[in-house]
Design a protein around this ligand. Structure first.
Ligand SMILES: [Zn+2]
Ligand SMILES: [Zn+2]
Length: 132
């Protein structure tokens, strides 16, 4: 079990499940959404994500028709994403988790599009054109 929050703290979340694996996506949408080289996410069941405070501050943005990216309307922290055709899963942005995360990277997606300045130095699975 973990807790998580956005940068300003308006949104407080509780995660009622283990997070054994982190998935890294290097696609350009994720680079822009994070303002960084990649996004690090953990897929969890929607029912395991509890929104303790800040429900009214949740903003949604659709870069692609089928996927909403949810963020804090006050501080703009990316929180999670969810596919409309897969509502039972949310893809948590693991950087918002408060506690040290006992997890390992499972794979890197869209490595063909990775930032030129970023070098992948681990040996985890790489999917050059995989969907994130
Ligand atoms: Zn916030
Ligand atoms: Zn991506």
């Amino acid at each position: 079990m973990y807790t998580a929050s956005c940068l300003c703290g308006a949104i407080q979340l509780k995660i009622n499940t283990d997070i054994p694996k982190i998935f890294v996506c290097h696609c350009q949408q994720c680079q822009k959404a994070q303002g960084s080289a990649f996004v690090a996410i953990a897929p969890i069941h929607t029912q395991d994500l509890e929104i303790l405070t800040g429900q009214e501050q949740l903003g949604e943005y659709y870069a692609t028709e089928n996927k909403k990216r949810v963020f804090c309307k006050i501080c703009a922290s990316p929180l999670f994403s969810a596919r409309l055709d897969l509502p039972e899963i949310v893809r948590l942005r693991v950087g918002i988790i408060n506690e040290p995360l006992n997890a390992q990277i499972a794979s890197h997606a869209f490595t063909n599009y990775k930032a030129a300045w970023f070098e992948i130095l681990d040996d985890h699975a790489k999917f050059p054109e995989a969907v994130c």
